[in-house]
Design a protein around this ligand. Structure first.
Ligand code: IPM
Ligand code: MG
Length: 370
């Protein structure tokens, strides 16, 4: 039976990086005789232009009917008018909510060879290995009311941050379970000194921690966490936080890895797919980078690593995911760099396509060794 993968390339560099990731998936599928069936859908600015909506009904229907989704990026200056009522980003928020993808996993690991090109000191970032789990379907991103209005003193706007006990506990539980499989440390991040939602978050994290006595649970306020993340990033293993804090902290954390162009993500819900694993949406954490779109300059590694996460989390193919990760590390170790990774001494500069090809060749050669 074929597993259905929905491919949403999106805007800007999305089509280029997903194109490479897709070819990597095909190489791995051929090697393991896994039947993957790819279907493409329109999303984001591309879909606004073609259908007048960022998330067309047939894209959503295809998303509900597949085993996993691979997504590039959405957005661009063409659709950036703050007054516009349809925006590409609505597609992402809609997909996450409609599919119930509440746990967004963003692993951050330093690659030794890239440490010298980081703006941070090598002794601080060497050996960083954490997973940030961002709650993805609640909080201020979705709370109602969220609107512009006329107040008695002129223009006003309001957004609402709301969380239920169930929304908080399921994502924290996912975090505790993951921590159990890793270094057994969980950092719960909130703003409990100011926000009611955060006080509920902390209360539930404390209660849940009793079910996981083998996991060391600590609480951090988000502002000081922003500082600890760059001061002592090695101390963190699993970090769990609410939607908006997770959005901000993961951009910060991407600097630890060397470039946003390296960081993949997985968004998982409770629903199981035909492979018996979680349905998931896999995407690089970087945006659509319209300034370099179509120039073969983008870094496809985050998209390729997202494809690896897809194999692991939605199809249970851990070995294959590891093979892709090793291939990516090998190519970086050999000195190949896209522009975002910096041109250090001995760097061999390559474009998006060449980087993708190098990873595939590496997979074939690692394959020979297995
Ligand atoms: C992310 C992005 C999105 C978010 C935007 C594009 C809506 O920044 O996935 O981190 O804020 O969730
Ligand atoms: Mg973000």
């Amino acid at each position: 039976m074929a597993y259905k993968v929905l491919v949403l390339k999106g805007d800007g560099i999305g089509p280029e990086v997903v194109g490479e990731a897709l070819q990597v998936l095909k190489v791995v599928a051929r090697r393991d005789a896994v039947d993957l069936e790819f279907k493409e859908g329109s999303i984001g600015g591309h879909a606004i232009d073609a259908f007048g909506t960022p998330l067309p009904d047939n894209t959503l229907a295809a998303a509900r009917d597949c085993d996993a989704i691979l997504l590039g990026a959405v957005g661009g200056p063409k659709w950036d008018d703050p007054k516009a009522t349809v925006r590409p980003e609505q597609a992402l928020l809609g997909l996450r909510k409609e599919l119930g993808l509440f746990a967004n996993l963003r692993p951050v690991k330093t690659v030794k060879e890239l440490v010298p090109s980081s703006p941070l000191r090598p002794e601080i970032i060497a050996g960083v290995d954490m997973v940030v789990i961002r709650e993805l379907t609640g909080g201020i991103y979705y709370g109602k009311p969220s609107e512009r209005r006329e107040g008695k003193d002129g223009r006003e706007a309001v957004d609402t941050c709301a969380y239920t006990e169930q929304e908080i506990s399921r994502v924290l539980r996912y975090g505790f379970e993951l921590a159990r499989d890793r270094r057994k440390k969980l950092t719960s991040v909130d703003k409990a000194n100011v926000l009611s939602t955060s006080r509920l978050w902390r209360e539930i994290a404390t209660e849940l921690s009793k079910e996981f006595p083998d996991v060391k649970c600590e609480h951090q306020l988000v502002d000081s966490m922003a500082m600890h993340l760059i001061r002592r990033p090695r101390d963190f293993d699993v970090v769990v936080t609410e939607n908006m804090f997770g959005d901000i902290l993961t951009d910060e954390a991407s600097v630890l890895a060397g470039s946003m162009g390296l960081l993949p993500s997985a968004s998982l819900g409770e629903e199981m797919n035909s492979a018996g694993y979680r349905v998931g949406l896999y995407e690089p954490i970087h945006g659509s980078a319209p300034d370099i779109a179509g120039r073969d300059e983008a870094n496809p590694l985050a998209a390729i690593l997202s494809a690896a996460m897809l194999l692991e989390h939605s199809l249970g193919m851990r070995g294959e995911a590891e093979l892709i990760t090793q291939a990516v590390e090998g190519v970086v170790r050999d000195g190949f760099r896209t522009r975002d990774l910096g041109a250090g001494a001995g760097a061999k500069m390559v474009g998006c396509k060449a980087m993708g090809r190098l990873v595939r060749e590496r997979i074939e050669s690692l394959n020979g060794e297995n």
